[in-house]
Write a protein of this length. Structure first.
Length: 366
């Protein structure tokens, strides 16, 4: 996910880790890929998001799966579409929607043709990454978080009642902290601790303060991590007691019996949204709207949460999902989670360069 990258584990990884949360699951073989499939819709999505359980009403209506291609990286998909490749439906992160729209690749979606649209959490469906120039360019279907994972047994209890990104700058834990090795994670977390809300448009004076704080943090870190497995091993051993991390690492650590939790910091945590966009050259709109309806249904949303651990944007899905699993995932109250979130957005090139230069200097000892 570019600078604001969030790990999107494949289906096998998620299924393995969710056992920690009391998730019962079965592995159902995926339908084979076909050159031209039911409804003649080409759906470009992430591996695992083509599970038949997420497309049940579509399969029931058309007798089979749509044509599927998998996203390797969103950058690669963007470049291919710029050269003329045209899947009908694309499942990107919200931070890429404006880019796709400005490149003339996608068209507005007619929400009146969707049965489940009104059941989507209003604050998500109306986010300005989904609604652009008054038109709905994305139908958001799921979300995930980046926040602080911490060892409850090794961190001061005060952080449970006063959760804050400040823990990643706490001198008491020198040598036992970690953060994600990207400019966005380092710069934006420091900005929040300093009280800046304009994390995507920080000015030079703010960046100077952030650089000072980031340099102090560097000297407190056990490591910058780039591989989630590396972080999980360090947290399991107790080498690291608090770190910037993702939902998947939380469930993996719980699976190992480690006493960890994810904070909802008072400064807010980061949240990505993903969902459906529609290519401007779509060939079969009726079938495409049916596919979006299938994926965004409460039944699909409940299955997604119980089997993959991501939050559904469909309010009714929470009535159908196992409440114990939702509680263990920390998403039983999605409105509270989302209201405590900062949604990921794309950095303008100017700010991307500035943030990366700052981070490179900090890593080099500057």
């Amino acid at each position: 996910m570019s600078r604001n990258k969030v790990l999107r584990p494949d289906r096998r990884t998620i299924l393995k880790s969710l056992a920690a949360l009391g998730v019962a699951y079965s592995v159902v073989p995926l339908f084979p890929k076909v050159a031209k499939a039911a409804g003649e819709v080409h759906y470009h999505t992430w591996s695992g998001y083509d599970a038949p359980e997420l497309l049940k009403s579509y399969i029931d209506k058309y007798g089979g799966m749509p044509e599927i291609s998998h996203i390797a990286t969103e950058e690669e998909s963007f470049v291919k579409m710029k050269t003329g490749w045209s899947p009908d439906l694309i499942h990107p992160g919200n931070y890429n929607v404006l880019r796709f729209k400005n490149a003339g690749l996608i068209k507005p979606i007619d929400t009146s043709r969707l049965k489940n649209f009104e059941d989507i959490i209003e604050s998500v469906r109306s986010d300005n990454s989904c609604v652009i120039d008054g038109a709905q360019y994305m139908i958001p279907t799921e979300y995930g978080n980046s926040s602080i994972i911490y060892r409850k047994d090794l961190v001061d209890e005060s952080y449970q009642s006063n959760p804050t990104w400040g823990i990643l700058y706490d001198q008491r834990y020198k040598g036992r902290l970690s953060t994600y090795e990207t400019a966005a994670a380092v710069v934006q977390c420091a900005a929040l601790v300093l009280g800046y809300d304009n994390i995507y448009t920080l000015n030079d004076a703010q960046l100077a303060e952030i650089k000072t704080l980031a340099a102090k943090q560097r000297d407190l870190l056990r490591m910058y991590w780039s591989d989630a497995t590396q972080l999980e091993q360090a947290m399991a051993s107790g080498e690291v007691v608090a770190a910037y991390g993702w939902n998947a690492s939380l469930v993996n650590l719980k699976n190992e019996g480690i006493d960890v939790a994810m904070m909802v910091p008072k400064e807010r945590m980061f949240t990505w949204i993903a969902g459906f966009t529609m290519h401007k050259n779509i060939k079969n709109e009726d079938a495409a709207y049916d596919l979006i309806d299938a994926w965004s249904s409460p039944e699909s949303g409940a299955w997604l949460m119980e089997n993959y651990g991501y939050g559904s944007t469909n309010k009714k899905a929470y009535e159908q999902a196992d409440p114990t699993i939702l509680a263990n995932l920390g998403i039983a109250d999605p409105e509270a989670v989302l209201n405590s979130s900062l949604f990921f957005k794309s950095l303008a090139p100017e700010f991307e360069r500035k943030y990366q230069t700052l981070f490179t200097d900090v890593q080099a000892g500057g």
